[in-house]
Ligand binder design. Structure first.
Ligand SMILES: [Zn+2]
Length: 272
């Protein structure tokens, strides 16, 4: 069984020192690739370095909405440079967030930062990872005006409603489920799963965040940080809710992710 972690942050300062162990542990359970998403100008160099060091890492560069306040005046120019020097890269993480998690972050400024990055992904014809919480109306409107996106838009840790899925899918969206999905009400989660077209389904960990809900009956100490090997727990949970065999869901999502990340310049095309 092969899996592809479609979205994680191994450059995060909480885990970067352990990245090589975490990658080995995940490779050992069948995770062949990791899309490592940068979140601000400060970590793009780290992500680029990881992409050079590990054949399994797909580097992604983007400015996350939570970190826009610290951006430099020339951030977009710098971002473009990273894509010029790293043809293997995809775009991400970018996004829009109206939830309490983004309290204090100017929403109109988020829009100012989001749109040119989405346009850049479209121009470069690369997939782009999008964080969207409580802002699906705006996301849809902007995607309609900039898109469509034949190279794909990854709605990472997707938590939108079943209703919005077909509208986003029509524009090129993929729906990526992580450990966060295990906290959603089961009935709502089942509806969401039913609405996702099978060729747009992805799995991810969002590690070191997004730890899947723990088995309450277990007495093992609960870890605090998530890691890519835990994609197996996401696979279990989603397979169970969608009445699919684990192997079947793994094959489906693996095929989708490999296809999505096989853009011109991608490592996936260079690998034998
Ligand atoms: Zn993320």
């Amino acid at each position: 069984m092969k899996l592809f972690d479609a979205h994680c942050h191994l450059q995060d300062k909480r885990v970067i020192d352990k990245a090589s162990e975490l990658i080995s542990a995940a490779l050992a359970v069948g995770v062949t690739n990791f899309a490592v998403n940068g979140t601000s100008e400060k970590d793009w160099d780290l992500v680029k370095g990881m992409g050079e060091m590990y054949p399994s890492v797909v580097p992604c560069f983007g400015l996350h909405p939570w970190f826009i306040a610290d951006r430099s005046p020339h951030w977009l120019k710098t971002l473009r440079k990273f894509f010029e020097t790293t043809p293997t890269a995809a775009v991400g993480e970018i996004g829009l967030d109206k939830s309490p998690l983004a309290a204090g972050i100017d929403y109109s400024d988020q829009l100012v930062v989001f749109r040119p990055q989405l346009e850049l992904a479209k121009e470069l014809n690369k997939p782009v990872a999008v964080h969207c919480i409580d802002a699906f109306d705006d996301l849809l409107e902007i995607m309609r005006s900039v898109g469509p996106f034949p190279a794909g838009v990854i709605l990472h840790s997707f938590n939108g409603s079943a209703e919005v899925v077909p509208k986003l899918a029509e524009l090129g969206a993929y729906f990526s489920l992580s450990g966060w999905f295990t906290y959603i009400d089961e009935k709502i989660a089942k509806n969401t799963l039913k609405s996702i077209p099978s060729d747009r389904f992805l799995l991810e960990t969002d590690s070191p965040d997004g730890l899947p809900k723990a088995d309450e009956s277990s007495s093992d100490p609960k870890p605090t940080l998530n890691e890519p090997a835990n994609i197996l727990a996401v696979l279990d949970y989603v397979a169970n809710l969608s009445n699919m065999k684990k192997e079947e869901l793994a094959e489906l999502t693996y095929g989708n992710t490999v296809r999505l990340f096989s853009y011109p310049g991608s490592k996936l095309l260079a690998d034998p």
